[in-house]
Design a protein around this ligand. Structure first.
Ligand code: ZN
Length: 136
């Protein structure tokens, strides 16, 4: 079982899941997502996924359930395979271009897809011809 070195579980699941599942909620997330989150954190420095735990607004940037206004039945977020990330010291576009131009780097070996033209980094670990890109 993999638990992130740099992230607490509340940073990766919404409040209700954290309340109901606590630490067991690690089981709801794909380990490839978790391993890659730690790799991105090591490479790019401090990052935010959810931050509601500290009284801020982001609560749907990791796992999404039907309660989410952003819920979509087949979103990778629904399956615990996606995260939307903000970086303290890097622009999302800079990170996205680094990933796409070094797609064979071991840090990125589990990334299936990244979303283009958004102000955050969406990556997921879907099963696809990688690294796939798509528009919002
Ligand atoms: Zn996303």
């Amino acid at each position: 079982m993999y638990r992130c070195e740099y992230f607490a579980i509340h940073e990766l699941v919404p409040p209700k899941v954290f309340q109901e599942w606590g630490e067991k909620a690690w089981e709801l997330l794909d380990e490839r997502l978790l391993i890659t989150l730690d790799r991105l954190r090591r490479r790019y420095g401090p990052m935010t996924v959810n931050n509601y735990y500290w009284g801020k607004e982001r609560e749907w940037s990791g796992l999404r359930t039907k309660d989410s206004p952003f819920y979509s039945r087949y979103s990778q977020h629904t399956f615990g395979r996606a995260a939307d990330c903000l970086f303290a010291e890097r622009a999302a576009e800079e990170v996205r271009q680094d990933i796409l131009s070094h797609s064979t780097d071991p840090d990125f070996e589990m990334i299936g897809s990244v979303e283009l033209n958004v102000s955050w980094l969406h990556f997921d670990v879907r099963n696809c011809h990688r690294i796939k890109t798509y528009q919002p």
